[in-house]
Design a protein around this ligand. Structure first.
Ligand SMILES: Nc1ncnc2c1ncn2[C@@H]1O[C@H](COP(=O)(O)OP(=O)(O)OP(=O)(O)O)[C@@H](O)[C@H]1O
Length: 324
């Protein structure tokens, strides 16, 4: 069905790992990196795909691009079997790996884009339009003549996202697109992805360790752990299952005793350092009314909200449901 753009049914990937255990002895071991995963992503949806280190996220993305062949199960992207028709699929997908670049290190950005223009055989007009749009929205104008190796991480990431979009892919796989970026660059990248999804209905699968990425971009999140899908639903639901907490970090005008919100007993001060206090509250609760009440009762100078980390949320999910 066309509306299900990505389809996985019982997909598995088993790696055969050989380890030296003695002078002539080798031990063979199977690593089940992906262990029977099924899900569907309709066209135009933006989905978070999260999990702890080694959970199987990159292996799934590599199977979705056709770099790896599944050991079992059925997988289709736009009706195509990625590992059998990798080249055909390449024209319809874009991939961004936050920790690696697809750009040519010694070439200016513009030359990398020219090479992609040829490689993907993008019609001239489409290439120019897409490049102009990315340059404008990702603020790349001043960077086009700069060799990639001289770009900052945030600039390089924006350059990589543009590179992945020059051929108008229908689906974009993003692996840690905001890793190591400062707050301003993160906001720029997130804003761009939101607009892209709204304007072009690009399907996006987003892997990240930053739950704020998910919160700001995805209505649906899938959690993978030990190669299995352990959650598929709204981020708020994940917080409820995991009983996770967010932290409000407030800077007061002066040192004060731990703040109290009589109307909200679920808020607890967990740390105090001079005029700075850390308040934990259930992640499923909106921060805005808490901030309003605090601002009414206390002399606030500054504040920020910290998301729980994914590992903590998943650990709590296990604690609350031993069947997992
Ligand atoms: N080529 C390979 N050969 C053997 N084992 C592998 C290979 N690639 C991945 N694995 C193993 O498969 C498991 C899943 O790895 P994967 O890279 O998919 O995890 P991940 O969720 O992307 O982790 P991270 O967040 O650390 O990137 C890990 O145990 C990893 O060691």
């Amino acid at each position: 069905m066309d509306s299900d753009f990505i389809e996985l049914d019982g997909v598995e990937k088993v790696f055969d790992v050989r380890r030296r255990t003695g002078f002539l002895r080798r031990e063979r071991r199977e690593v089940r990196a992906v262990d029977g995963i099924s899900f569907r992503v309709p066209r135009g949806e933006m989905v978070g795909y999260i999990g702890p280190n080694g959970a199987g996220k990159s292996t799934t993305i590599k199977m979705l691009t056709g770099i790896l062949t599944p050991s079992g199960g059925r997988l289709r992207v736009a009706g195509i079997d990625p590992s059998r028709e990798r080249t055909k699929l390449a024209h319809r997908i874009g991939v961004v790996f936050g920790q690696r670049t697809t750009l040519w290190w010694d070439l200016p950005l513009r030359d990398s884009y020219r090479l992609m223009h040829r490689m993907y055989r993008i019609p001239d007009r489409r290439f120019r339009e897409n490049l102009d749009r990315c340059v404008e929205l990702l603020d790349l104008g001043a960077l086009l003549e700069v060799p990639v190796r001289q770009l900052s991480l945030g600039q390089r990431m924006r350059g990589d996202i543009a590179a992945a979009l020059l051929h108008d892919p229908e689906v974009l796989y993003l692996d840690e697109p905001t890793i190591g970026l400062d707050v301003v660059s993160k906001a720029k990248v997130r804003g761009f992805l939101r607009d892209l999804n709204a304007e072009r209905s690009t399907t996006v699968l987003l892997t990240t360790h930053d739950l704020t990425d998910i919160e700001q971009l995805c209505r649906r999140v899938m959690v993978i752990d030990h190669g299995r899908l352990v959650y598929d639903g709204a981020l708020a639901g994940l917080h409820e299952v995991g009983e996770s907490e967010r932290t409000l970090v407030v800077d007061l005008e002066r040192e004060l005793p731990p703040v109290t919100l009589a109307s909200d007993p679920s808020v607890r001060v967990v740390r105090v350092e001079g005029p700075r206090q850390w308040l934990a509250f259930p992640a499923s609760v909106s921060a805005a009314p808490l901030v309003a009440r605090l601002a009414a009762d206390y002399p606030l100078v500054d504040l920020s909200v910290r998301e729980p980390d994914i590992e903590a949320v998943i650990a709590k999910m296990y604690a609350s449901d031993p069947a997992l």
